[in-house]
Design a protein around this ligand. Structure first.
Ligand SMILES: *Cc1c(COP(=O)(O)O)cnc(C)c1O
Ligand SMILES: [Zn+2]
Length: 427
């Protein structure tokens, strides 16, 4: 399944994208058979229908060049499918989020050395701003008229906001049962929020159909998915750079389609190949909800066959029943000595509260999943508590308030008197 090295394909035709539109990217390469296709709005291999991914010919890149760049993902522009002048086009400028030493959570979980990569501080409060920024660049270079996506929520927020800033029409599709805050967080940026009666997999199928029918629509995670997916690499680059240009021993990453997890691994591999970090072993762990854990189920069964499920979990941002990159998640977690674990909705709620009470970080259900899975991995002996570990918080808790509004609240409701306060026993 590893893509062989093939020569660059000519990417510029009279009507095609401008020279340098995709930076150091040279082709789209099939992840299954290695077949190469010219850069364009394609996502499936013309030979075997396997997923296409971006192939590069990187020039020498130094730590100093990267460090001199802007404090957002464009500091890594040489490693992304974007033009050299990418900073000049309006976008949401996501990334370079904080990497926090999590000593209180570490003590609680019995882990010696723990960090939280906090992506809830991106412009629309999830890691999706990273992937959307890259997709927007591709959409522009491919001359798309409409910027669109099927989404479990956060992606729609990011697409709607980036499109507003770029002045391009946006249309975002979501399951109609999505959390109200996530609906408002899209509708505030776009007139074209479309709620579909169905689950994410139904919404995704509809989007693929529209992408096939309508001219000039860039669906970020469908027909420009190869460009979109590369944005997740910046999480891996940042973790390494913020640790002082070295790789952590273990990383715990939430899995929806599985794209993010596979790209953090790709990022680590690229940094090693470019000589920007020392080559060393690392383990990658995936986190899912029991109510939508097809990859965790396959991992535990020791099989490559991922059986699609009907999602039923409060972790709606992870509720993809038929994950496109699930097979690669299995491959990476097994190859690196990691695992894919799952937790119940109750554990997810407890994970949200735990991260908030120990580190002052309010995460959404996806981050509750990651935190709870990390706890379970330690308890079951799958994660080595002596090794340096990074967990990724991918989204903000204000978007999924309902998940914990029954868990926390006022300790007491009292009359405005000292006596009444004293009676609460808080003092
Ligand atoms: C989309 C999303 C993920 C996972 O993304 P994939 O790349 O599809 O696995 C994780 N966390 C949050 C908050 C998300 O919105
Ligand atoms: Zn192929």
């Amino acid at each position: 399944m590893s893509a062989p090295v093939i020569e660059a394909v000519t990417t510029t035709t009279a009507s095609g994208p401008r020279e340098g539109a995709f930076g150091n990217a040279v082709a789209l390469a099939c992840r299954e058979c290695g077949h190469r296709t010219a850069l364009g709005p394609f996502y499936a291999c013309p030979e075997c229908f396997g997923p296409l991914e971006i192939a590069y010919e990187f020039p020498a890149v130094t730590r100093e060049e990267i460090e001199a760049g802007p404090r957002n993902i464009w500091r890594y522009k040489a490693l992304l499918p974007v033009p050299a002048d990418i900073e000049t086009s309006p976008n949401t400028e996501p990334g370079f989020t904080r990497l926090l030493k999590a000593e209180n959570l570490a003590r609680e979980l019995g882990i010696a050395n723990l960090w939280v990569k906090d992506d809830s501080t991106n412009p629309t409060n999830s890691f999706k701003d990273r992937v959307v920024a890259c997709a927007l660049s591709a959409a522009r270079e491919l001359d798309a008229k409409v910027f669109a996506c099927p989404s479990t929520g956060n992606l729609a927020n990011a697409v709607a906001a980036a499109g507003a800033r770029a002045g391009i029409k946006t249309v975002v599709f979501i399951p109609s049962n999505l959390e109200q805050p996530k609906q408002v967080n899209s509708a505030i940026y776009t007139e074209n929020l479309v709620a579909v009666d169905g689950n994410y997999d139904d919404v995704n199928k509809l989007a693929s159909e529209i992408a096939g029918e309508e001219e000039g629509w860039a669906f970020v995670n469908v027909n420009v998915r190869p460009y979109y997916a590369e944005g997740s690499k910046t999480l891996g680059y940042e973790i390494a750079e913020q640790l002082g240009w070295r790789l952590p021993d273990q990383v715990v990453i939430p899995v929806a389609s599985g794209s993010q997890l596979t790209k953090v691994d790709k990022a680590f591999q690229e940094l090693i190949k470019l000589g920007l970090v020392e080559d060393k072993p690392y383990k990658i762990f995936g986190a899912q909800a029991t109510g939508c854990g097809p990859v965790a189920t396959a991992y535990k069964a020791g099989t490559d066959a991922i059986r699609p499920v009907k999602p039923d979990t409060i972790a709606k941002s992870l509720a993809i029943g038929n994950p496109a990159d699930g097979i690669y998640v299995l491959d990476i977690t097994r190859r690196t000595g990691g695992a894919v674990e799952e937790v119940t909705d109750e554990e997810i709620r407890a994970g949200i509260v735990l991260l908030a009470r120990t580190e002052g970080i309010f995460t959404e259900t996806a981050g509750g999943t990651t935190t709870a899975v990390t706890k379970k991995l330690v308890e079951t002996g799958q994660l080595d508590p002596e090794l340096e570990t990074v967990i990724i918080n991918t989204g903000h808790g204000l978007k999924t308030l309902d998940a914990v509004s029954g868990q926390v609240g006022a300790a007491a409701t009292i009359a405005p008197t000292y006596q009444a306060f004293k009676a609460t026993g808080i003092a």
